[in-house]
Each structure stands twice: as structure tokens, then as C-alpha cells.
Design a protein around this ligand. Structure first.
Ligand SMILES: Cc1cc2nc3c(=O)[nH]c(=O)nc-3n(C[C@H](O)[C@H](O)[C@H](O)COP(=O)(O)OP(=O)(O)OC[C@H]3O[C@@H](n4cnc5c(N)ncnc54)[C@H](O)[C@@H]3O)c2cc1C
Length: 406
């Protein structure tokens, strides 16, 4: 089997992998990015919402070609029809996700990374207990080859198996994945200012349905459900039902099915010679399932630790674990609160969800110009379910004690 050598090999060419690749390559470390799909970013499996602008622009410049629609607020609709409209002028944008991912990969290549599409990581190389690279496959020729590396990065997204190979995670439990279906629909009545979320067991049990504007009269219309609560129906069945109720008049262009992780943070993101990042590392927001910006932020924190490890020539888990702490202190802690909030909201019976939304409407300072405040959200939801206060406090405490901060 042929063998190559790189300082860093990265599995997965999504936002997490591309950003990590740019960071290590542009510092002069030889970096290989492996993407199994023939084209980075395609097919798109995303509702394409990102924001706020300053967060996105830390990673790439948001020129007009990337933006499908700016967003200025949120509409939440409860099962009983209570509407909560919130002005959030800086919340963000609906983007062209294919172009977005391609730009990030081009930036990585521009920084010196070797970007190889149509190449899949098939397993990890180990020396003693340390991870030393990957076995990869050229999917067009079927040839297997080895890539030896000082650090291996698992950025392989929701379908990731590399964190399992590295011993950081087992498979997802069914409730840790939101099962999604979405159509791009044109010719419908859609606000260009707001993104819409619809709650309730009829439209999206254990999750929500969404309408995200993609330009005049068109939108990504989708549902994300918890398969354990769906009464045997699939996400596509709920999508049909939602489209019939919300925008039956539209023309359908592109069906997307997939899953997004709404899982709790991993206890550790690192192993000897290995780092997990992005959705592979459970870094999505567990309340929304959104993870593009979190993946980019995770990539930067992972890259900081990788660069220190390369510079000191020590790629042990002990050296890399500053990433655990830094992730927890930046996004991990907030994700833990969102995780608890999601566990309450998406399990409420419809009537209680109506009451919870009425409470959210009354809560002052729940939202800023750009985001929902997680602690306030959790507080309001706990008022809907006071019996859960001790359980949630215990669970957060356990997360803090055993989560990834050391
Ligand atoms: C229907 C849907 C709607 C969504 N909407 C939003 C949204 O509006 N906003 C938002 O922020 N997030 C959204 N998300 C979530 C978002 O897409 C992810 O959080 C984000 O893509 C995570 O980035 P990543 O780089 O970690 O993983 P990915 O973008 O999934 O990239 C991982 C890459 O790794 C590749 N790969 C996997 N295994 C291997 C292997 N063995 N070898 C080589 N390559 C491999 C995959 O092909 C993939 O390209 C949505 C998800 C779904 C399913």
C-alpha cells in the first residue's frame, strides 16, 4: 500500500474541516483535507441560515453572491396558533450553502492545504495507542493508501465514524438526531425579513418545522422531528403535511433529507494524536440543530491546540486537551443550557407548549438583536415544568463535573 506523510490529515471537507485545514496549512504545516464527496458542499443538506454577520465574517467575507436573503427577525408559531414575532435586526442571513462550503475549501487550498475530493478515510492508523494518520481510499480507482500524520482531525460531520474509531463517542441515540426533510419551494407567500418556526406534535413532534426565505417568494421549507415521537411516520410525511398547510400553492425544486445532531457535548474532544471538530464532535447547537458557525468556531479552537501541539512536538491528548477547556468556555457551556432547554420544550404536550410560548412572549430581554439568551429561555421553560428544576440542575451539574473542560 502506498504511503504519504503530512503534518495534519483532516477527514471531511465541510466548514469544520476546511477551516482547520486553512489554519494549519497557512502556518506552514503540510495539511491534507480528504472529502469523500466528488464536490465540496454538494448536495446541500441544510436550511442555510447563518449569523450574525460579524461571526460569519471572522471566517469568510459575506459578499452578495453568497447571500440569498438577509434575516431581521424570528416568528415562532405554537401548536394552538400563538404567534411570537421578535425583531432581531442582526440575526443573520440565508446563504448559498454550496458556495459557502466551496469558498471555505478554496480558502484552505489558497493557504496551502491539499484538498482531495472523492477520497474517503476508511480507518485510522495507530502506533501503540497513538493515532498516526488514516487509511484512505481513492473512490474513483478503488485504490487504498496510507496517510501518516502527526495529528489527525475528525471533521466528518453527522455521519462521522472517526470519533468512534478514536474512542471518543459511541453511536447516536435516536433522540440525539433530528430527522429532517426539506424542499426548496417557489411561488409562495413568504416574508423576506423573518425566519419562521412552527411547533407542535402535528407538524413536527420533538422538533420544529421551518420556513427560511431564499429570495422573493421562495423558501427552504422543512421539518425536523424526533423519530421516537413521530408515531411511525417519517420526516417526509410530516413535510408533506406541513407544506399542505403552509404553502400548498408552491412549486417544488429540491428535496433534501438528512439528519442533524442535537446531542449533548462530548466529554472529551481529543485522543492521542487525534482531534474531533464540528458536528462530528457534537458541536451543533442542540436546541436548533444549527452548526455551521459552531463548526467554524470549534475549528479555530481545535487549530489553536493543534498548532501548539505541533510546535512543541507533543501531540498527546494531554497536550491537546486545552481545546476541551477552550471549547467549554466559549460555546460548550451555552450548548449545555440549550440542550436542557430543548429537552423540556420539545417534549411538552401541545397545550403546555402554547402556554410556554405565551410566557416567552411576556419575558423581557429574552432576545438581543442577534440571538436568544439561553439562560432566560431555560428559565421560562422551567416555569412551564417546575417539577424538572432539580432534575435539570442535577443534569447541568453532572455536565459541568464530567463535561469537556479539563
Ligand atoms: C436539513 C438540515 C438543515 C440544516 N440547517 C442548518 C442551518 O440552517 N444552519 C446551520 O448552522 N446548520 C444547519 N444544519 C446543520 C449543519 O449542516 C451542520 O452543523 C454543519 O454542516 C456541520 O459542519 P461540519 O463541517 O462539522 O460537517 P459537514 O458539513 O457535514 O461536513 C462533513 C464532511 O465530511 C465528509 N465525510 C464524512 N465521512 C468522511 C470520510 N470517512 N472520509 C472523507 N470525508 C468524509 C462528508 O461528506 C462531509 O462533506 C442543517 C442540517 C440539516 C441536515
Amino acid at each position: 500500500m502506498e504511503s504519504e506523510k503530512f503534518d495534519v490529515v483532516i477527514i471531511g471537507g465541510g466548514p469544520a474541516g476546511a477551516r482547520t485545514a486553512w489554519r494549519t496549512a497557512s502556518r506552514g504545516y503540510s495539511t491534507l483535507l480528504l472529502e469523500k464527496r466528488p464536490r465540496v458542499g454538494f448536495p446541500v443538506r441544510c436550511a442555510e441560515a447563518v449569523g450574525p454577520r460579524e461571526d460569519v465574517e471572522r471566517y469568510l467575507s459575506l459578499d452578495e453572491s453568497l447571500i440569498s436573503s438577509p434575516v431581521n427577525g424570528v416568528v415562532l408559531v405554537s401548536p394552538g396558533g400563538i404567534r411570537y414575532e421578535a425583531e432581531m435586526p442582526e440575526i443573520g442571513f440565508i446563504v448559498d450553502r454550496e458556495l459557502f462550503d466551496r469558498r471555505l475549501a478554496e480558502i484552505a487550498a489558497g493557504g496551502g492545504a491539499v484538498v482531495r475530493t472523492g477520497h474517503q478515510a476508511m480507518g485510522l492508523l495507530r502506533e501503540n495507542s497513538r493515532i498516526r494518520g488514516v487509511v484512505a481510499k481513492d473512490l474513483s480507482s478503488g485504490a487504498l493508501y496510507q496517510v501518516r500524520s502527526r495529528v489527525t482531525v475528525g471533521a466528518d460531520g453527522v455521519e462521522s465514524i472517526s470519533p468512534r474509531w478514536a474512542g471518543l463517542k459511541t453511536g447516536y441515540r435516536p433522540e440525539e438526531l433530528m430527522s429532517c426533510a426539506q424542499e426548496l419551494i417557489s411561488g409562495i407567500d413568504v416574508s423576506l425579513r423573518y425566519i419562521e418556526f412552527h411547533l407542535g406534535t402535528r407538524c413536527a413532534p420533538g422538533g420544529y418545522a421551518w420556513v427560511f426565505p431564499k429570495g422573493k417568494n421562495s423558501a427552504n421549507v422543512g421539518v425536523g422531528i424526533n423519530p421516537l415521537r413521530s408515531g411511525g411516520l417519517r420526516a417526509t410525511d410530516y413535510l408533506e403535511r406541513f407544506i399542505a398547510a403552509r404553502c400548498a400553492e408552491g412549486r417544488r425544486h429540491r428535496l433534501v433529507v438528512g439528519a442533524t445532531a442535537v446531542a449533548r457535548g462530548l466529554p472529551s474532544l481529543v485522543a492521542d494524536g487525534y482531534v474531533a471538530v464540528g458536528e462530528a464532535a457534537n458541536q451543533n447547537n442542540p436546541f436548533s440543530g444549527g452548526g455551521i458557525i459552531n463548526a467554524l468556531e470549534g475549528a479555530d479552537l481545535a487549530a489553536d491546540a493543534i498548532l501548539e501541539a505541533l510546535e512543541s512536538n507533543d501531540q498527546s491528548a494531554n497536550r491537546l486537551k486545552t481545546y476541551n477547556k477552550n471549547w467549554w468556555n466559549s460555546v460548550g457551556r451555552t450548548n449545555e443550557i440549550f440542550y436542557q432547554a430543548a429537552r423540556i420544550l420539545y417534549r411538552l404536550p401541545d397545550g403546555e407548549m402554547d402556554r410556554a410560548l405565551a410566557r416567552l412572549k411576556r419575558e423581557k430581554n429574552l432576545i438581543s438583536n442577534k440571538a436568544i439568551k439561553p439562560w432566560k429561555l431555560l428559565k421560562v421553560l422551567l416555569l412551564s415544568r417546575p417539577a424538572l428544576v432539580f432534575q435539570v440542575a442535577g443534569s447541568i451539574g453532572k455536565g459541568i463535573l464530567f463535561g469537556n473542560r479539563s
